[in-house]
Design a protein around this ligand. Structure first.
Ligand code: ZN
Length: 503
């Protein structure tokens, strides 16, 4: 075997071991959120911190750097797939090594204090409590950006950390277009006389029935329950990969569709993880891509498929046998309208498909200005409220329901929000491509044949791992760069019909 191939194999095996260490840590976190007895918290925190130290040492080991250097010097001799692997390893290694350990520790200390202050600030709904901490977070983020480097502005470095290859200009272009096209829809729907019926939603839906129905639905779309499981946690998530994918949900008796769609959403993430290339599992070619791709999978199944009329009609029998009394006088059309109700709201995580993107635009525009210095931290609440009024037509009555609602900034997650909206756009763009590639897809989905779509996603997205950067992957599969076009066509078709609105 030529020397370069031996080095490549060594790098890949090392990457797989690091991923395994990450999976062990992930299982500890899963346990903490689902099963752990309360008194175990201290030991668990110690174990998790031990694991993250071990993982960081392995990721930044000099030896890894030497293998990467050697492979990078002979890059042209490697097959394209292997080149992609080396470049991805290089990207992650450089990012971690460029930051001085003191700065990493300083950020972690700052964020743990800032997070406590954010909890207090949100409880008392007083932005002034959190403001000095947020100021410090943005100062340290600019220092981090300087170490990482950026093409144009420090915020580029933040965005690139979550979506490699993206910049303030590229994300700003897509989200600006989305904003300009969505706002008229929000205002048009608000003025519509169509008001979906919602009275039946609070009738009392037994948790056991919710669980059984949810399991039947995720099994039907292809989630393998012999390679995964579903448990209860306060905040739903999906963790694990390959043949061990753990989903969580929660059940509210007066919100039956929260767990219904929550489970489909997490199963969408899970289908992606279960569909990764088995041979490359744990190496870059067998690891899931960024959040804008992960979120495209969850939102495709939850919204594009799960909230379609044909999906609800397909599961009508299951819904009626799970909730015979609760749905006795409710038609399929009424369920369809209720689960697709559009209403501007203050809280991002409760937002519908139409207004959700605008919640993200508010955060993106504010982060961009906080990073550039155009917006002083003290003026954040006013800037937030003005944008909520302009885009969604509502003004938060207080900071807790306004700029203090999300945990992200207090944890130092700057540049993270755009991925959520990009996930919705990517979902629509991928589905439009699937429809072009697969004649008769709509009829098959209406008949409950979800496998044909899942297999297409497996081949086009899941099996490729991190072969491409996220935007390149979308272009590779759909033939064009990510944009708001297919998403807006989807919105116009679905919500134009539901609300009798034309924009
Ligand atoms: Zn998600």
């Amino acid at each position: 075997m030529p020397a370069l191939d031996v080095t490549y194999k060594t790098l890949v095996n090392d990457s797989k071991e690091i991923t395994d260490l990450g999976s062990i840590a992930g299982l500890l976190s899963w346990d903490q959120e689902t099963m752990m007895p309360p008194k175990a918290i201290e030991a668990k925190a110690r174990q998790l911190s031990l694991m993250s130290g071990i993982i960081h040492r392995r990721q930044t080991d000099e030896k890894r750097g030497e293998w990467i250097d050697k492979l990078a010097a002979g890059l042209d001799e490697l097959a394209p797939e292997k080149q992609a692997t080396v470049l991805e390893c290089r990207r992650v290694f450089d990012k971690l090594r460029k930051l001085p350990p003191e700065l990493v520790e300083e950020e972690s200390r700052l964020c743990s204090l800032a997070h406590d202050e954010w909890i207090k600030a949100r409880r008392e709904s007083k932005f002034e409590i959190f403001a000095p901490w947020l100021e410090k977070i943005f100062v340290i983020k600019k220092r981090i950006a300087d170490y990482w480097g950026y093409p144009d502005t420090p915020y580029d470095a933040m965005l690139d950390d979550y979506e490699p290859g993206s910049t303030t200009a590229s994300v700003g272009g897509v989200l600006g277009d989305l904003r300009d096209k969505l706002v008229p829809w929000v205002h048009g729907i608000a003025a519509s006389s169509v008001k979906p019926r919602t009275d039946f939603l609070s009738r009392g839906f037994p948790k056991d029935a919710q669980r059984e129905l949810g399991l039947a639905v995720i099994r039907a779309i292809g989630f393998d329950l012999d390679a995964g499981r579903v448990d209860i946690s306060a905040h739903p998530f999906c963790s694990g990969t390959g043949n061990d994918v753990r989903l969580t949900t929660r059940y509210f008796e007066d919100q039956p569709f929260a767990s219904f769609y929550g489970m489909i959403h997490e199963a969408g993430h899970g289908l992606y993880e279960q569909g990764l290339h088995p041979e490359h599992l744990g190496a870059p070619l067998g690891s899931s891509s960024t959040m804008s791709i992960h979120e495209s999978q969850s939102r495709l199944w939850e919204n594009v498929i799960g909230r379609s009329k044909s999906f609800i009609a397909h599961f009508e029998k299951d819904l009626r046998s799970a909730y015979p009394e609760q749905l006795r006088d409710v038609s399929i059309d009424e369920i369809y309208a209720a689960v697709n109700r559009v209403q501007p709201s203050l809280i991002r995580v409760e937002a519908d498909e139409v207004t959700y993107g605008l919640h993200i635009v508010v955060r993106f525009e504010i982060e961009r200005e906080l990073m550039s210095g155009a917006l002083p931290v003290a003026d954040l609440p006013a800037a937030w409220n003005a944008r909520m009024e302009k885009y969604l037509g509502i003004t938060p009555p207080n900071d807790a329901e306004g700029c203090l609602q999300d945990v992200h900034w207090s944890l130092g997650l700057v540049g993270y929000f755009p991925s959520y909206a990009l996930g919705s756009l990517n979902a629509a763009q991928l589905f439009a491509a699937a429809r072009r590639d697969l004649p008769g897809l709509d009829a098959k989905l209406a008949a409950g044949e979800y496998k044909v779509l899942l297999e297409w996603l497996r081949e086009k997205v899941h099996r490729l791992g991190r072969r491409y950067t996220p935007d390149d992957l979308i272009e590779h599969v759909t033939g064009k760069r990510p944009s708001a076009d297919d998403f807006m066509a989807y919105i116009a078709d679905k919500f134009g019909g539901l609300y009798g609105v034309k924009v």
